[in-house]
Design a protein around this ligand. Structure first.
Ligand SMILES: C[S@@+](CC[C@H](N)C(=O)[O-])C[C@H]1O[C@@H](n2cnc3c(N)ncnc32)[C@H](O)[C@@H]1O
Length: 158
């Protein structure tokens, strides 16, 4: 799996402990320095998700899963959201999943809201990702229209 915007590795280190083969990507060298210190044996790549090139990063574009946890999309530079979704979609194998959780209102974000679910779904559709499901939490509680959503999309199997 690819941890998109892995930060200090909070999510990825746990997934690696659970046995997943993981790669973490983040723009911020200081966050990656912490991740590398916490888990030096894992794969941490410094790159901008809006420009992530698998060949340059020396990764295969056949991930089963991309996880974007921790408000990655609202924290992107404005105007790059569509490019990031396209880059992440291109890293998935056919049938692979992208799971993205982010806040939608001021109560669930450290920054002003900048992306709606309708916009995120439209970027996914344009990138060839079909909607699978949406939850209110990472524990898969049903989504009820609230201010935080975890969305699951799938790359077409062909
Ligand atoms: C709130 S942190 C979440 C970190 C981690 N996913 C977690 O849940 O603990 C958001 C991360 O997104 C990263 N980020 C923001 N824009 C990025 C971009 N264009 N490319 C790569 N990483 C980015 C930041 O550097 C930061 O580490």
């Amino acid at each position: 799996m690819l941890d998109a915007g892995c930060g200090t590795g909070r999510v990825m280190i746990r997934l690696a402990e659970l046995g997943y083969d993981c790669v973490g990507v983040d723009l911020d060298a200081s966050m990656l320095a912490v991740a590398r210190k916490l888990a030096p044996g894992l794969s941490w790549i410094q790159a901008d998700l809006a420009e992530l090139d698998p060949a340059a990063a020396d990764i295969a574009a056949d991930f089963d899963l991309v996880v974007a946890a921790g408000n990655i999309f609202p924290l992107l530079a404005g105007g790059t959201e569509s490019a990031v979704v396209h880059r992440l979609a291109a890293l998935l194998r056919p049938g692979g999943l992208i799971v993205s959780g982010f806040g939608l209102d001021e109560a669930h974000l450290p920054v002003p809201p900048s992306i709606t679910l309708a916009e995120y779904d439209a970027y996914c559709t344009a990138a060839g990702l079909a909607f699978v499901d949406r939850f209110a939490t990472w524990n898969a509680d049903p989504y009820d229209g609230g201010g935080y959503a975890v969305s699951v999309h799938r790359r077409s199997a062909t």
